[in-house]
Design a protein around this ligand. Structure first.
Ligand code: GLA
Length: 376
């Protein structure tokens, strides 16, 4: 399987953690279809940690916890497929998962076969309890090999949190996406810190193996397992804008059974999604890199899109008002070239023309503006 665009879906962890169960998964899958998320492009329903029994069966295989998943995984997969969706499961490269359930270390092939037999389409693969004796890249390579020979197309989602310079080796392991940071929390500081960790790794990721900046907290509003603090509407908009321009997978973490209109719009805005899912698959650069390196100025991200358009995202990650500045030269316009750039704000629809040498925007704290830009 080759992934040409960042995977999109929902994952149980951010809201439910160890309380994940069959009811939640079925209802979330139904909600994904009914709420319009599926139509917008969200397709994977992923069961994270805490789904299995604490010990393997006598045959060495993982078993679902029947108190949480009474119908069993095969029937659940069939149900989710029947809705037109895909379904994912979770394991770990160490002998235990992060929450202390059995991991796949030295059981990679038998586990990949179980996941395939049940009907899973996606595996999130964590990094807790990694044995010191084996390098991470070989552990991910093992599971990549096991998945490649399990008889089913399974998207391989690596989750080694950027540890051990993940970006330098993950693409060779068979992974389709890879976590570049530690866990997200539903508060602004967590979003800001994850964005700041991206500056040095922008050239990595993209088509085939996407840089996963972690699951979305949009719409959590301080509820659920990682709901510590909550964010404002503008902070969630900044979160979506940056995840979109940096082509991160979009895995929703809020409870989609009770989406309000504001959250639905943040998750399904067409202009934002068309940038995230752009077919050209280019990586972004930081236009004002010098300033970002020298002082605490916030980045302006730029990315080429299919058909010649350009995505631009102004940010103000700081706690005070700031002025975002983008020079025409940073967008490829030479003095007197006779061209102009037209900026369309994907959230508000506002059109701004850049005819002079630069575009300056007054940016309140904790905000972003995401534009699709056309050359005229
Ligand atoms: C790690 C991962 C999280 C989640 C938990 C489950 O912390 O980074 O995304 O999967 O494990 O225990």
């Amino acid at each position: 399987m080759v992934r040409h665009t960042p995977p999109m879906g929902w994952n149980s962890w951010n809201t439910f953690a160890e309380n994940v169960n069959e009811k939640v998964v079925r209802e979330s899958a139904e909600a994904m279809v009914q709420s319009g998320l599926y139509e917008a492009g969200y397709e994977y329903v992923v069961i994270d940690d805490c789904w299995s029994e604490k010990v393997r069966g006598k045959d060495g295989k993982l078993r679902e916890d029947k108190r949480k998943f009474p119908s069993g995984m095969k029937e659940l997969c069939d149900y989710v497929h029947g809705l037109g969706l895909k379904i994912g499961i979770y394991s770990c490269a160490g002998p235990l998962t992060c929450a202390g359930y059995p991991g796949s270390f030295d059981h990679e092939f038998v586990d990949a076969k179980s996941f395939a037999d049940w009907g899973f389409d996606f595996l999130k693969y964590d990094y807790c309890y990694k044995p010191a004796s084996v390098q991470g890249k070989f552990l991910y390579r093992r599971m990549g090999t096991a998945l490649a020979s399990c008889g089913r197309d399974i998207l391989f989602s690596a989750c080694s949190w950027g540890a051990d310079e993940t970006h330098t080796w993950i693409d060779g392991t068979g992974a389709h996406m890879w976590r570049s940071t530690g866990d997200i929390w539903d508060n602004y500081a967590s979003i800001r810190d994850i964005i700041k960790l991206q500056y040095k790794i922008l050239p990595y990721g993209g088509v085939g193996c996407f840089n996963d900046m972690d699951m979305l907290v949009t719409g959590m509003r301080g509820k659920g397992h990682v709901g510590i603090g909550g964010c404002t509407y503008e902070e969630y908009k900044l979160h979506m804008s940056v995840w979109a321009i940096l082509a991160s997978p979009l895995m929703i973490g809020c409870d989609i059974r009770s989406l309000n209109d504001e959250t639905r719009e943040l998750l399904t805005n067409r202009g934002m999604l068309s940038i995230n899912q752009d077919a050209r698959g280019c990586r972004a650069y930081i236009a004002n890199e010098e300033e970002v390196r020298m002082s605490d100025v916030s980045p302006v991200f730029v990315r080429s899109l299919e058909g010649g358009d350009i995505a631009v995202c102004f940010t103000n990650l700081g706690d005070t008002d700031a002025r975002g500045v983008l020079q025409a030269a940073q967008m490829g316009l030479s003095y007197g070239c006779g061209k102009k750039l037209c900026f369309c704000d994907v959230w508000s629809g506002e059109q701004i023309a850049m005819t002079n040498e630069c575009l300056c925007l007054d940016m309140p704290p904790h905000t972003a503006r995401l534009f699709r830009v056309k050359l005229k």
